[in-house]
Structure formats: C-alpha cells, structure tokens
Design a protein around this ligand. Structure first.
Ligand code: 13P
Length: 338
C-alpha cells in the first residue's frame, strides 16, 4: 500500500471545481437508460456513448476529476484502438472502477438488500490497478419502509463496505464508500436524516475497525431529502442545511472530500442542492458531485443514439458539468440554466 499516493489521489478526486462522472451503469442498468431513448444496448453502442462523453471538452479537463467505469468499459477501446482509459487520462481525469457485483435480496430480511462482490475481490483489484484504475466504488443500498432499515441490514452493509475499502487500499486504490439511503418511499425528511445519520455512524466505526486510512477515502452519500412519494416539500436550503448538519455529526474531518450521488433527483435539483451547501455553509471537507443520472440525462436525450447529434450531446454534457462545477464554489444560479 502506498499511503501518500492514496491520499494524493483522494484529494485530486475532490478538488475544488471538479467532480466525478459516474458512468459505471451495469449492462442491465444502461439497457434501461438506452430503452428510454429507443437505442439497443450493445457493446458498440455502449462504447460509442461513453467515448462521446469522455471526449467532451472542456468538460473532461476542467470539470471532471475522475470517471467511474464498469468492468466492460475499462477493457474497451475506441474504433481506432485507443483504450477508453487512455482518453480519460489524456483529459487529466482519473479512471475508476465499480467493483461491487450488485445489491442482492438479503436472506431473512424481506425488502432489504446486501451488496455482493467480496469473493475474489483482492485478485480483481490487482488486475484493475494494472488496467489503470486508481479508485473504486462500492454501493450499499439502505431502504426506508415499514420496519426498515433493520440494524442487521445497516451493520452488514457497513461491514462489507469496510472490508472492500481495506482491500482497495491494500492495492493502492482509493475506495469510494457509498452507503445510499434510497429516496424511494413516502418517508419524511426527518426519517431520512435519522437513517442517514445512523448508517454513517456505523460506517465510520466499521472503517476504523478495519484499519482503513480515512485520508485515502472518498465518501459518496445521499443528500437528506423527503421520500419520492412523500407530500412533504423541502426547500433547497432546507435540504442543504439538513444534509450538512447530518454529515457534520457523523463524518470525520480526516476524510478529504464528499462527492454526492444524485439518486433520482432531477439534474437541476442536484445542482441547486450542492450549490446551496457550498454557498451557505462552511464545511471541513470539499463537497462535490459524483453524479450518474444528473450528469448524463441531458446529453443522453440530446444524443438519442444518432451520430449526427454528437455535438448537441457534448454541448449538453459541457453545460451540466459546468453548472455542477460552479455549484462546488457556491456560484451557480438558476438563471444560468437558460
Ligand atoms: P446517480 O447519481 O444516478 O444516483 O448515480 C450515482 C451512482 O454512482 C450510484 O451508485
């Protein structure tokens, strides 16, 4: 393990003005995204879509610090034979890799999930490092509902996250630890706060128990929001202040940065919330984005699978990336959305 290199990579991932592009949709998830624009998901169409994103300038050199890839993409090359990893590196961004193998139904705990992928992870991690990945991602899913989440679900998922993080660091790969409390459901924002706080407390206890070096990690949390089916309305500032309060109560200052997931918020909402946190609150960590849908929804719609829409799709990606970059400084404004 090279601790200096780990810490340097982690800091670069969350540097001011930049954030992470989550382009690590599994084959099943990307097929759903492509379905929405009527495009068949094949190895070539997935490559074309992602190559277009990774070649977008100035987004990639100015606003994206790292890209989370799926196993297939880490091994793919462009039509002219250049590895996609190389395109990312040339833009000055860091290639990363999703290493969990998905959230599975948890035996004995109806409606709850446990993330799989620890078996064989140490060997895979070595290969991923050889292929150019310098950080990794593991997503745990916590569901809010009647009697959920259970203590067992929270503990098991945090334990797995900590075991994953330790294996990453052993291979000189920065772990993004992502405990996602889902927006699905009719719960209140107060309930989301309580569950997120509980989960993060456990997470940092497990990371400590597994001797994970916090300075060489990045946290990828949800924001504190009312459930998608809740009638509660929360203002942008209410979300920002609840989220910052929850993180301050749980996340050690040794963590260099926090990169939020968008989790089903609209792209402009995700930007507005990040902006309000940075504009109105002082925090000991850099707060940035690690968005999937909130960065890709607009370019995906503009692209629609057609080569002639390449420029329009890149323009849409440039715009979203720039808006989020401004939000890391608290300098975004709704009027910039045109
Ligand atoms: P969303 O921003 O679309 O939630 O995706 C981020 C991610 O990487 C989820 O694991």
């Amino acid at each position: 393990m090279n601790i200096d290199e780990l810490c340097q990579t982690a800091r670069a991932m969350v540097q001011k003005g930049k954030g992470i592009l989550a382009a690590d949709e599994s084959t099943g998830t990307i097929a759903k995204r492509f379905d929405s624009i009527g495009v068949a998901s094949t190895a070539d169409s997935r490559r074309d879509w992602r190559e277009m994103l990774f070649r977008t300038e100035p987004a990639m050199s100015e606003y994206i610090s790292g890209v989370i890839l799926y196993d297939e993409t880490l091994r793919q090359s462009t039509a002219d034979g250049t590895p996609l990893v190389e395109i990312i590196r040339r833009a000055g961004a860091i290639p990363g890799i999703k290493v969990d193998t998905g959230a599975q139904d948890m035996a004995g705990f109806a409606g709850e999930k446990i993330t799989a992928g620890l078996d064989g992870l140490r060997a895979r991690m070595k290969e991923y490092h050889d292929l150019g990945a310098r950080f990794a991602k593991w997503r745990a899913v916590i569901t809010i509902g009647d009697g959920r989440p259970t203590e067992t679900c929270i503990r098991s998922n945090c334990h797995a996250l900590a075991r994953y993080a330790a294996i990453c660091q052993e291979a000189s790969i920065v772990p993004i630890v992502e405990p996602e409390v889902l927006m699905d459901g009719a719960h209140t924002m107060e309930r989301c706060y309580a569950v997120t706080e509980h989960t993060l407390k456990h997470l940092y206890m497990e990371l400590f128990c597994h001797r994970v070096v916090l300075e060489g990690t990045v946290l990828k949390p949800n924001m504190v929001l009312p459930g998608k089916d809740s009638h509660q309305k929360a203002s942008v500032e209410e979300v920002a202040s609840a989220t910052v309060k929850c993180l301050k109560a749980t996340v050690p200052v040794a963590v260099p940065g926090i990169a939020f997931l968008s989790g089903g918020q609209s792209d402009v909402e995700a930007t507005a919330h990040l902006n309000a946190m940075n504009a109105n609150h002082d925090t000991p960590w850099n707060l940035t984005y690690s968005y999937g849908r909130a960065l890709q929804a607009a370019p995906l719609k503009a692209w629609a699978g057609k080569a002639e829409n390449y420029d329009a799709a890149q323009a849409a990606f440039n715009h979203r990336a720039r808006m989020n970059s401004l939000a890391t400084f608290g300098k975004w404004d709704k009027s910039m959305e045109g």
